[in-house]
Write a protein that binds this ligand. Structure first.
Ligand SMILES: Nc1ncnc2c1ncn2[C@@H]1O[C@H](COP(=O)(O)OP(=O)(O)OP(=O)(O)O)[C@@H](O)[C@H]1O
Ligand SMILES: [Mg+2]
Length: 306
């Protein structure tokens, strides 16, 4: 068994003069949950369509489960559970009929498995698809992706339209697939839903990789934002240059700064004065993620891209 589920090498896709994906290289390990994040138009769906050979690259290569999607698309599709970002199913069919039909196309899926998934996701299999709400239609898409227990799940915005309760059920399903040794590649706009289940996260923007790291390491990069108020004005010089302290501003008796690592030196320096107020905010992953979304000048940061 290969230890790399997905391998992209210098993958590039241009749509005419428009850039879809630019020179993207990354690897997804077998058995990991990999979150693929980026703003609208970043290239997430483009990447996913390339993995499934729904579109062809301008240059570069993709390997999925050790195979070339361009040569082995049919063989590959049996081993993959795919949920398209714009999943559409036939409107006149009942949800259950549609799912058994898709199951048969994949060589047969036991009916009890479809029923069990539908029950978990609270999907009515007797409802006609055209009568289903957006979120309930998305559930049909989820069931068809999971029902044959594929070794690789490729999910494009799987939680789109799901209510918070069902989102949690979905995250449980992802965690269970991982526990089975299966690999999950999922795209999202929202860090918080990915950080709960993902081992690693890649962030792309404008077709380029801007970050790739474990969720734990991304979290370690977050920092404290501190605001201290004193009984009397203090001097900035007393605090500037303390280890880990940056973005320092002192306005009379109010100090604000950012602290990376231990806040101890700053707290000890502050304790020389009478402190009347203290406020500490942790930058969470969502905010860190926003800085990646918006900053144009960032160098690509790659923790362990291999
Ligand atoms: N068929 C197409 N023809 C022309 N341009 C396209 C096509 N598909 C995608 N693009 C362009 O490629 C870029 C990446 O699009 P893509 O759909 O991969 O983004 P995405 O990250 O999935 O965005 P979203 O979060 O909105 O789903 C965008 O600039 C988009 O306009
Ligand atoms: Mg998309």
């Amino acid at each position: 068994m290969t230890t790399t589920a997905i391998k992209l090498d210098h993958l590039t896709k241009n749509y005419g003069t428009r850039r879809g994906l630019a020179d993207l290289s990354l690897q997804v390990r077998t058995g990991e949950v990999f979150g693929y994040l980026g703003p609208n138009g970043a290239g997430k769906s483009t990447t996913i369509r390339l993995l499934l050979d729904l579109i062809r690259p301008t240059s570069g290569t993709a390997h999925v489960l050790g195979l070339d999607p361009r040569a082995d698309a049919v063989r590959l599709h049996r081993r993959i559970g795919y949920l398209a970002g714009d999943f559409v199913a036939d409107g006149r069919q009942k949800a259950g009929e549609c799912l058994s039909f898709l199951g048969n196309l994949r060589g047969g899926v036991p009916a009890h498995r479809i029923t069990a998934l539908a029950e978990r996701l609270d999907l009515d299999l007797d409802a006609r698809i055209k009568s289903l709400s957006k979120g309930n239609r998305q559930k049909v898409g989820l069931v068809q992706a999971f029902m044959h227990q594929p070794e690789l799940l490729i999910l494009d915005e799987p939680t789109s339209g799901l209510d918070p309760l069902i989102q949690q059920t979905f995250l449980d399903m992802v965690a269970e697939a991982r526990a089975e040794g299966h690999t999950v590649f999922m795209s999202s706009h929202i860090m918080s839903e990915v950080e709960a289940v993902a081992d690693r996260v890649a962030i792309i923007r404008e077709g380029e990789l801007v970050a790739l790291d474990t969720v734990a390491d991304l979290r370690a990069r977050s920092f404290l934002q501190l605001r201290i108020t004193f009984a009397a004005p203090v001097r900035a010089e007393e605090f500037a240059g303390l280890p880990g302290v940056t973005d320092l501003t002192v306005d009379g008796a109010t100090l604000t700064c950012r602290v990376d690592g231990s806040p101890d030196p700053l707290i000890k320096a502050a304790a020389r004065h009478t402190v009347t107020g203290l406020r500490a905010d942790t930058q969470d992953l969502e905010e860190l993620f926003h800085t990646y979304y918006t900053s144009q000048s960032d160098e690509p940061r790659s923790g362990n891209a291999a």
